[in-house]
Ligand binder design. Structure first.
Ligand code: TYD
Length: 215
């Protein structure tokens, strides 16, 4: 497998639905803009024209008949395009990339949530093609608390948000498992705290990453 030649820094942010990811992404934008560092913010599923079209299909609430393996492959297809078209070239140019969800989402949601297990890791090895994040922020919040935060946003709820509590609990267990497996990459953050506390923790870690410090 080809590895990812890189001068840049690849950061991803993960968490269950309602973990406050969007707010922290806004805070990260402010952090980098204060430092006048040009950052490419992108997301999955999506991040390319093809990926955004795949996103529409995957998240469409009317696609009730979607098979779980189809779902896993569509996320991986969107990722393969994103890595090839956007992430690898940007890293080779030395850019900083912040990606809203990446492969850990597939392992948590499709691997643990849908119970597809190792098939998801295998498919995604092809999609990621050796290009893993340097750092992944995992916003940890009990899925029931997270669900409470997104209640009232029903009109925005997508096909996965609408899943039952047990599914979201399995997803969360998947994330906790990933955090244990990859302590060198995944920075778990207690997302039940205040927005300011979470922001401070993320900024501290970003400073370390920019200074090339690894723990
Ligand atoms: P999005 O609107 O981006 O939700 P959020 O704001 O929670 O990130 O929708 C993405 C949904 O897709 C979210 O429920 C998580 C899910 N997902 C997967 O199941 N697998 C994946 O590989 C990715 C990237 C996302």
């Amino acid at each position: 497998m080809e590895t990812c030649s890189r001068k840049g820094i690849f950061i991803s942010i993960e968490g269950p639905d309602g973990s406050g990811k969007s707010t922290q992404i806004e805070n990260m934008k402010a952090f980098f803009s204060e430092k006048k560092i040009d950052v490419l913010f992108t997301r999955e599923p999506g991040g390319t024209a093809i990926g955004e079209r795949i996103r529409e299909i995957i998240l469409d609430k009317s696609c009730t008949e979607m098979d779980y393996m189809t779902e896993a492959m569509l996320y991986a297809a969107s990722r393969a395009q994103h890595v090839a078209q956007v992430i690898k070239p940007a890293l080779a140019e030395g850019k900083v990339i912040v990606c809203d969800r990446f492969v850990d989402s597939s392992i948590a949601y499709q691997g643990y949530g849908r119970k597809l297990g190792d098939a998801v890791r295998i498919i995604n090895n092809y999609a990621v093609d050796g290009c893993m994040p340097d750092v992944t922020f995992l916003l940890k919040v009990d899925p029931n608390v997270g669900k409470g935060r997104i209640t009232g946003r029903a009109e925005k709820e997508d096909r996965l948000d609408a899943e039952k509590t047990a599914f979201h609990e399995d997803v969360y267990q998947g994330y906790l498992q990933l955090e244990q497996e990859h302590p060198e990459r995944i920075v778990g953050i207690d997302a039940s705290g205040s927005i300011e506390e979470i922001k401070a923790e993320i900024c501290r870690k970003l400073e370390e990453v920019l200074n090339g410090v690894t723990e």
